[in-house]
Design a protein around this ligand. Structure first.
Ligand SMILES: Nc1ncnc2c1ncn2[C@@H]1O[C@H](COP(=O)(O)OP(=O)(O)OP(=O)(O)O)[C@@H](O)[C@H]1O
Ligand SMILES: [Mg+2]
Length: 506
């Protein structure tokens, strides 16, 4: 490796009342992919935000390309060639895809935006991330979370970049999109770009990274060459101790059918979907981005209008026109995009966890019984290991993974018979993931019916009793635990595309 690293960070300090980064050291070489790992709240995003000029450090030194580096704004960092894709999605829904990709860099002449030029450039950027078929003029708000994430990556890749920071870039992506991203990373690497890769997915890190740095409580714990450390050792370094062995699911019996979905159609993504879930059962839904998984959950919950179809609870038809109807009937939806659907960021954890259950915390005379509120909030935050100063801390100050835990806590507090989970462990660290798996299994054992959408097949296979695979808005296949394999599920996820190709060539 070269003598002068691309980036050298020494003694970095940052506090928000409590220390978040303490005496943190880090080095990145040109052409290196350096993974940054650590539990939720360890300080990874804070470090990334400092590098990209969004936050200023309290102390320490940074050198970039051998020169002192202290960006005072995102623009400043980008000017130096430091580009970051944020953990939280920042696509502006009302702007077109093209405008989002080239925000701040719109091609202009005489004060007018040159749209033909813009759309052509956007098309090239989209092709790079495998979305060449999208019309760059489409409003970005019409895209799902996975595609929005790819739009952000496309934006980053289209800039002059020496150091690329990807903060959990694959959280909403499925395998084929991840492969495309990895191809792009390898190309950049070959051009000498340094890449900082923040992720909780050990398998990915092992495939793409050259070195791994472990952060714990804001401190540098160790840096390893990727082939010199096992996942178990890494997890121990992140947590500071061994993880307890995950308990096997054990015997459980399924009750009567809790939720029936019949011939559901909604928008252009849900096309005649029918399935049943029994009490005590976890039904997994697999499929590619855009296959209609999220849209199916949203239509059941009344978040999107249904074109036709029936929803039955315990065999009785129910009318669900809005989320309010759904919640009254006992259906909960834990959404994939916590920023849009989930949280009041300026409000404390206490308010966010009990928001759904105000009626239960109403004391005599209808006043809020804040003792009860505090108690509920405390129980769930402890159960889910939410890392916070206290339950009075605004949710916006929590790390990404801890915000996700608060969304889950809210729905646990609400005691619904049917729970729909969309990517429940997105952005959640390895140890906490296991806690959430145990929790979901516990809910099922208590007789609740669960539907879980996840892009991580391993997760679906470890959680579900049964898996249905969606493709182009339809159910392409269904597997029981004894039948499924990763290959079979992936094949089913692609099946629609294959028949379509077959049809067009005949
Ligand atoms: N603006 C802020 N005000 C107060 N505390 C903050 C603020 N931003 C971050 N923190 C705290 O700093 C700590 C580190 O957060 P950070 O987002 O860097 O964690 P992370 O390692 O990226 O975690 P995750 O894996 O969940 O994304 C957390 O405890 C968080 O609550
Ligand atoms: Mg983070």
């Amino acid at each position: 490796m070269s003598a002068v690293p691309l980036l050298r960070v020494t003694g970095l300090e940052k506090s928000y009342n409590v220390p978040v980064l303490s005496d943190f050291n880090f080095e990145l070489q040109c052409g290196e992919v350096h993974a940054l790992v650590g539990s939720n709240g360890a300080g990874k995003s804070t470090f990334a935000r400092i590098l990209s000029g969004l936050t200023s450090p309290d102390g320490g030194e940074m050198q970039f390309n051998g020169r002192s580096y202290a960006p005072t704004s995102k623009r400043d960092a980008e000017h130096a060639g430091v580009i970051m894709v944020l953990q939280e999605l920042n696509v502006i829904g009302t702007l077109s895809i093209a405008e989002n990709i080239f925000l701040n860099r719109l091609p202009q002449r005489g004060g007018m935006i040159r749209y033909a030029d813009l759309n052509e450039k956007a098309h090239q950027a989209l092709t790079r991330v495998g979305l060449g078929e999208l019309d760059p003029a489409t409003p970005a708000g019409q895209l799902g979370v996975g595609h929005q994430q790819l739009i952000e990556i496309a934006g980053a890749l289209s800039q002059n970049c020496h150091l690329l920071i990807l903060d959990e870039p694959t959280a909403a992506l499925t395998d084929p999109e991840i492969e495309q991203l990895f191809d792009n990373i390898r190309k950049l690497q070959a051009e000498g770009v340094g890449i900082i890769y923040v992720s909780h997915r050990m398998d990915e890190i092992r495939r793409i990274a050259n070195r791994i740095t472990v952060l714990r409580d804001g401190r540098h714990i160790a840096t390893h060459n990727v082939d010199e450390i096992t996942p178990t050792e890494l997890i121990r370094e992140m947590a500071g101790h061994d993880l307890p062995n995950s308990k096997p699911a054990g015997e459980k019996s399924l009750g009567p059918v809790a939720l029936t979905v019949r011939n559901l159609r909604a928008g252009n993504r849900v096309n005649d979907v029918s399935f049943e879930v029994r009490q005590g059962e976890i039904l997994g839904i697999a499929g590619l981005i855009g296959s209609g998984r999220t849209e199916t959950l949203r239509a059941i919950f009344g978040a999107d209008p249904k074109a036709s179809g029936e929803i039955l609870l315990q065999g009785r038809p129910v009318v669900i026109r809005s989320p309010v109807d759904a919640v009254r009937a006992g259906i909960g939806l834990i959404p994939e995009d916590r920023k849009q659907d989930g949280l009041l960021l300026s409000q404390p954890i206490r308010v966010n966890t009990t928001l759904g259950t105000l009626e239960r915390h109403a004391g005599s005379g209808g006043w809020l019984d804040s003792d009860a509120e505090v108690k509920t909030s405390d129980i769930f935050c402890q159960q889910l290991q939410v890392r916070c100063a206290s339950i009075e801390q605004p949710v916006g100050e929590l790390s990404g993974g801890n915000q996700q835990k608060v969304v889950i806590a809210r729905w646990l507090a609400r005691d619904c018979g049917v729970l729909l989970f969309d990517e429940p462990t997105r952005g959640i660290d390895v140890a906490a993931k296991d806690t959430i798996y145990q929790l979901l299994r516990g809910l099922a054992r208590d007789g609740k019916a669960l539907v879980v959408v996840s892009s991580e097949l391993i997760e679906l296979m470890s959680l579900s009793d049964r898996i249905i695979v969606m493709c182009e808005g339809r159910i392409a296949a269904e597997f029981s635990a004894s039948e499924w394999t990763q290959e079979k599920i992936t094949q089913a996820a692609f099946s629609g595309f294959m028949t379509e190709k077959g049809a067009s060539s005949s």
